[in-house]
Design a protein around this ligand. Structure first.
Ligand SMILES: NC(=O)c1ccc[n+]([C@@H]2O[C@H](COP(=O)([O-])OP(=O)(O)OC[C@H]3O[C@@H](n4cnc5c(N)ncnc54)[C@H](O)[C@@H]3O)[C@@H](O)[C@H]2O)c1
Length: 297
């Protein structure tokens, strides 16, 4: 899709954090293609990936600027925002996409530092960005905020207490922004991706990935562009009355009673229960899946 001067987001400036990553790049490209000028932010460590996103957005014909910034650090956020807004103008659409799974460990062995970093990036980061940009949106009586949460916010994740709690907390932040600012023409919604085929997800232990896909009604992982299209809608004028929505984009996966575990845990549980030859995934005892649904049915 090439940049559209008369697109749904023509005249708007949109910021995407974590824009060097798989989903962030797809969102940046899509918002640019819808006519927005696109501001990009990512960590210094991701500078090369950030430059690649910037080059791709420019190539599509959209106005674009990038800045290095750590969303967990309010000072760094302020510096990056000053540079980006000097280059492109006031930011109308904020996409809080930067996030990390920094610490996979059982709760009893989870380090406080690992927990705190996940909360700082995944939850405090969106807070810092939102707090910095809200006054301008209120003044202009128009704003769009899209928070990239996760289906992990709904069901929890084995061994990822920090990630899961931070993504659930982000839903609380989303709701509060709506309560305080819907009357100012601002919408704030959450997108909850399921398994999206980014390099990190495709690099998961095959046993874990295969079972997760088998229990996803769509029987596949999602594409980053499938997150981007929902974000573009939420940023558009057409979504003016959509506020406080929490939209899973997961091929229906949130309807399946599956709880992802580590590869080791999955193998151990399956080995223990394989007696009937039917068990296909690790799920809570109350809703064990014993029969694989047939695709032909
Ligand atoms: N890939 C999936 O299946 C999936 C599923 C559910 C939710 N999500 C969420 O989608 C978002 C994007 O994920 P992705 O798969 O593209 O991951 P990714 O790792 O490819 O991209 C994340 C980006 O965020 C950046 N980032 C990390 N910490 C940062 C910080 N402190 N300040 C600024 N930037 C920072 C990283 O450098 C990276 O470029 C994340 O919030 C993630 O939790 C992804």
């Amino acid at each position: 899709m090439s940049a559209a001067a008369g697109g749904r987001l023509a005249g708007r400036v949109a910021l995407v954090t974590g824009a060097g990553g798989g989903i962030g790049r797809a969102i940046a490209l899509r918002l640019g293609a819808e006519g927005a000028a696109v501001a990009l932010m990512d960590l210094a460590a991701a500078r090369e990936a950030l430059s690649q996103t910037e080059a791709a957005v420019r190539e599509s014909g959209a106005r674009c600027a990038s800045a290095v910034g750590d969303v967990a650090d309010p000072g760094s956020v302020a510096q990056a925002l000053a540079a980006l807004q000097a280059a492109l103008g006031p930011i109308d659409c904020l996409v809080n996409n930067a996030g990390l799974t920094g610490h996979i460990a059982a709760l009893t062995r989870m380090s406080a530092a690992g927990w705190e970093r996940e909360l700082a990036v995944n939850l405090s980061g969106p807070f810092h960005l939102t707090q910095a940009l809200l006054p301008g949106m209120v003044e202009r009586r128009w704003g769009r905020i899209v928070n990239i949460s996760s289906v992990a916010a709904l069901g929890g994740l084995y061994y990822q207490a920090g990630y899961s709690a931070s993504k659930a907390g982000l839903l609380g932040l989303t709701r509060t922004v709506v309560l305080e600012h819907a009357r100012h023409g601002i919408t704030c919604n959450a997108v909850l991706p399921g398994l999206i085929g980014t390099p990190a997800v495709l690099g998961m232990p095959p046993a874990v990935l295969n079972d997760a896909v088998a229990l996803t009604p769509a029987r596949r992982t999602g594409e980053p562009a499938e997150i981007a299209s929902v974000v573009a809608f939420l940023c558009s004028p057409e979504a003016a009355f959509v506020n406080g929505a929490e939209i899973p984009v997961d091929g229906g996966g949130h309807l399946s009673p599956v709880v992802l575990g580590s590869g080791r845990e999955l193998r151990e549980r399956q080995a223990a229960q394989r007696g009937d030859g039917q068990l296909i995934a690790t799920v809570p005892a109350a809703c064990t899946v014993t029969e694989r649904p047939t695709d032909a049915a």
